[in-house]
Ligand binder design. Structure first.
Ligand code: F6R
Length: 366
């Protein structure tokens, strides 16, 4: 069942390129240089008239939501809020019939997410689901949606569902932007073309598996980790930290890199590994100076950089190179070494990667 892999988690990390192709099948029309989501075609008016979008989800799905927000705001020019479903449902939020609520859930059974959309629905909002499990409770109560179609995810730590969610969010942001004419044809077509080649680039990331497994040995004794990223890669820092916490039981925190100097930098010393996503995108130069600040305090840096980067290579203790891509699509690649890092650290520690303590695959209770 694990297809020759020692754990479901590793299998699912390796499956991501194929999963992404499955997710885009019939939706990304490469020849025609466009994306088509039937949910957008069928509910065009309702979606285009949204005065704002609210994304509700939990955990990894919430991290995907944070990236989705940036894409929807950039391409469709509509304000987006991202809420923890558990907070939203109890906050008596202001919602009305012109709001569109997007629920993101792998399992489709998360109790808080289900309750959040029931509440939003009662108040007249239109509910759009981004779900993996076909026919699940969340899929059934939404007004429409787009399945991520990445196949069953068995490992408790979510991996291919995250990249599938990002793929759907990208296609959604592009479709809305195209309909609203808030994204230029050039940019739209550039992103569509790049989306089509991301699975090959994901595949190329897997050559780092061995190197990351080696690296993981140096990290098994760490008590704490910091993950830094900016722009589209800030939520990836949060996701990398969550992966490490849940399966290796090492405390980790993700921050937008610029927040370091507002407190967390006090934690940095020779014992503190710092993982920095420093690809050639938004705010690269500023991230570079954050790396220097960490080095000045003797922190150990693992940097995720764009292929061919020579600058960070000189500063960091270790680097993982990712193929060049557009900023908005970079999380699809940068998250992979972070998933592998968490996996290998946990394996080195002899932990049960697929069934970490205290966690369940779907959280059907509050
Ligand atoms: C993390 C993880 C959880 C889930 C969260 C939401 O690896 O798996 O944080 O992402 O419980 O679950 P879904 O997406 O099923 O609603």
């Amino acid at each position: 069942e694990k297809g020759g892999y020692p754990h479901f988690m590793l299998k699912e990390i390796y499956e991501q390129a194929q999963a992404m192709k499955d997710c885009m099948r019939g939706r990304l029309l490469e020849q025609e240089k466009r994306v088509v989501l039937s949910a957008v075609t069928h509910h065009r008016e309702r979606l285009l008239n949204a005065k704002r979008v609210i994304i509700v989800s939990c955990g990894t799905s919430w991290h995907a939501g944070l990236i989705g927000k940036q894409m929807i705001e950039t391409f469709a020019k509509v304000p987006v809020e991202v809420e923890y479903a558990s907070e939203f449902r109890y906050r008596n939020p202001v919602i009305d019939a012109r709001d569109v609520v997007i629920a993101i859930s792998q399992s489709g059974e998360t109790a808080d997410t289900l309750a959040a959309i029931s509440l939003a629905k009662e108040r007249g909002a239109f509910i759009f689901g981004i779900v993996n499990a076909v026919g699940s409770s969340i899929a059934r109560i939404t007004d429409t949606g787009t399945y991520i179609h990445v196949g069953p995810e068995i490992g408790v730590a979510s991996t291919k569902a995250f990249t599938g969610q990002l793929t759907v969010l990208t296609m959604l942001a592009l479709s809305l932007g195209k309909e609203k004419q808030t994204v230029s044809t050039t940019e739209y077509e550039e992103i569509v073309a790049e989306l089509a080649v991301i699975p090959d680039k994901m595949e190329r990331m897997l050559v780092f598996d061995k190197q990351i497994a080696e690296l993981a040995k140096c990290y098994t004794y760490a008590r704490n980790f910091i993950y830094l990223g900016r722009g589209y890669n800030f939520p990836v820092a949060l996701e990398g930290a969550l992966k490490l916490k849940e399966i290796s039981y090492i405390h980790a925190e993700g921050y937008p890199a610029a927040e370091m100097k507002h407190g967390p930098i006090a934690l940095v010393d020779a014992e503190m590994p710092v993982v920095v996503i420093a690809t050639h995108h938004q705010l690269y130069e500023k991230t570079l100076s954050n790396i220097q600040e960490v080095k000045a305090r003797k922190g150990r840096i693992l940097a995720i950089v764009t292929e061919g980067d020579e600058v960070v290579k000189k500063l960091a203790d270790n680097v993982i190179e990712v193929p060049a891509t557009l900023a908005c699509l970079s999380p699809l690649l940068t998250v992979i070494p972070l998933q592998l890092l968490a996996y290998h650290v946990a394996v080195m520690k002899g932990l049960d990667v697929d069934q970490p303590r205290n966690l369940a695959k779907s959280v059907t209770v509050e």
